[in-house]
Design a binder for this molecule. Structure first.
Ligand SMILES: [Ca+2]
Ligand SMILES: [Ca+2]
Length: 222
């Protein structure tokens, strides 16, 4: 049974049979905004929604030492905030992003995640202590306007979901009015074991660099 994550919930990465969850995917499924208008409501208007699922990694001194975010972010823009260019693989290859989806589902929920980060905790560098997953909307819309968006952790591969471990809904709710960024959660090491903290904090950050700054300032353990 998938755990419905509640904000602030901490979970051990253990499956029902007690086996540790070490290889899994973090995926986000969302839809474009579709409205009907015109004569008899036959005219459809579609607003593409470009959510970006990203992650950043910190060592035990609280220094950001690796990252995964879209290579489509302009290098000049990122460098203004002191951020390195985007990439889809972590340094050791332990985490991998399937690629930047710029639109969201059109024509209804296809049930598949639009952006996925695969995680293999056994290959994460020993210096890494915390891995934060977060979501930004590159457009103007806030999460309350998006028809659906959910983040889940599952076993399997990006193309085959075997078992959904945990899920978190982040859209179509008035509490997300004005919010365009969401710090989904953090994987953190405690006594050599990885655990997950479902942060679930939403913000009005206009772009990814502001969310990274926020994580650095307020969420990293030192
Ligand atoms: Ca995207
Ligand atoms: Ca989808």
């Amino acid at each position: 049974m998938a755990i419905r994550l509640e904000k602030g919930q901490r979970i051990n990465l253990k499956k029902d049979d007690g086996v540790r969850l070490e290889q899994f995917c973090v995926g986000c499924n969302w839809g474009a905004i579709e409205t009907s208008g015109g004569f008899l409501g036959l005219k459809k208007k579609i607003i593409d929604i470009d959510l970006d699922l990203s992650c950043i990694m910190f060592n035990s001194a609280g220094v950001m030492c690796d990252h995964i975010y879209s290579p489509l972010y302009k290098v000049e823009f990122l460098s203004k905030y002191g951020m390195p260019p985007g990439k889809l693989d972590s340094n050791t290859g332990a985490l991998h992003h399937t690629g930047d989806d710029l639109k969201g589902d059109v024509g209804g929920d296809d049930g598949a995640d639009n952006e996925i980060i695969t995680v293999d905790l056994t290959r994460v560098g020993p210096e890494i202590n915390q891995i934060f997953f977060f979501l930004n909307n590159c457009g103007q819309e806030d999460f309350s306007q998006i028809p659906y968006a959910s983040i889940r952790m599952f076993e399997g591969t990006p193309s085959k979901v075997v078992n959904v471990y945990a899920q978190y809904d982040v859209a179509a709710n008035p509490i997300y009015k004005g919010k365009t960024a969401l710090i989904m959660g953090e994987l953190y090491r405690k006594n050599g074991e990885w655990k997950f903290n479902a942060v679930g904090d939403a913000f009005a950050d206009a772009h990814l660099c502001l969310t990274i700054d926020r994580i650095r300032q307020s969420y990293v353990r030192h």
